[in-house]
Design a protein around this ligand. Sequence first.
Ligand code: SAM
Length: 435
Amino acid sequence: MTYTTQLQNGTELNRLYENDRPIHEWYRFVLSFPPHLVRDYVEKFSLDKGQIILDPFCGTGTTLVEAKKIGLKSVGVEANAMAHFAASVKTDWEVEPSELADFGQEVANRITATSHEKILSSDSSYFDITVFSGELRAFGVEQSKLLIKNSISPIPLHKVLTLLDGIERHKSTRLRNHAKLALAKQTVNEISNLRFGPEIGVGKLKVDTPVLKPWLCALDSMVSDLQEFRASSYAPATVFSADARDMSRYLSPGSIDAVITSPPYPNEKDYSRTTRLESVLLGFMSSREDLRRQKQRFIRSNTRGVYKADKDDSWVEDMPRIQALARSIEDRRLELGKTSGFEKQYSKVVLQYFGGMARHLQELRRFLSPGAKLAYVVGDQASYFRIMIRTGEILAEIAERMGYDVLDIDLFRTRFSTATKEHLREEVVLLQWNG
Ligand SMILES: C[S@@+](CC[C@H](N)C(=O)[O-])C[C@H]1O[C@@H](n2cnc3c(N)ncnc32)[C@H](O)[C@@H]1O
């Protein structure tokens, strides 16, 4: 394999620039990458209007929103229903901004007109439980079981569910999704007890907190962003709720000119946990069965997401480097005498992860136009007994075996691992498909 590694100064490269806030900030999660990264590779790949970009792991739609702003057509694929919803709304600029503003006011007026919900209207008022005669709205038993304990306190949840009901009762179904995304964003960021650092956790419990005002504020931002971006020319974007290892029902052969994406890494992060509260709130998940179905669509990247029937490991059976990596993780486990169910799965995750990525790269080939360029942002990991997993290098090796040309591996940024005392690299693997 021949490729060079370009070193860059990684500091501050992941920050969302002030100018990038419009639309991108309608909803983001800790896994989102920064829009400037997309712009850099659009430029590097010399993409023209008329060409199509794909993000097969599009998350909250950073690549698609950026492509739309630049005027390039794009397609996204995403397996997490909440992230798919966010990306779909963020790329739907066909709503009339003034109608969205009216929608917000009408919902707010209707809710605050009913006496016991007056409390929702004012930023300063807190819920006076002594004058509230009804029962607090709450999630059902099955829904509650899916949440991280104390994700949201009872009174804020009552207010959020009341507002959601108001949104759903409004006659305009066309504007509903924008309103719901604004509520999902503010529920996580302002109303819940959740903290991201970058692991998801619970911070100080908020007994009560304003709900209507933050929601109206998020809607206001949507309205002004739409006013700004609808005035310029923009390109269409389509988002599919699907698995990047099986895209045949959604993409046409030879239609994709570039891929800019950040797939999951084998880092023990449960991608379904990051979006759990808003997924339950908006009804994307109501039971353990829904959660399992959701997880089964993911590339395996953590021990809570591997299943007995998984077979993606067969795709890397003949790759000595990956087999040796899995063996060294298992050997280290035995050496350390670690016997928990999770620890026994570590080596399996590695095989299923790289197998899943191999399957995705194989699936992708028929949808690429000759000469298509690809950028995969991935990170090194050392989560399994501190054994270093050079994700970018291994992915490049898999891609080369699948017939892709490896053009380069750019360093995006480094993170210092206190566990291994080594710098973990976040890299952009650059590939080309020549047919
Ligand atoms: C690192 S995140 C991408 C974040 C995205 N670049 C953004 O800015 O929001 C990886 C995404 O891949 C999704 N994913 C995992 N397995 C998938 C699969 N098999 N097919 C499609 N998407 C998948 C996860 O749900 C997650 O949203």
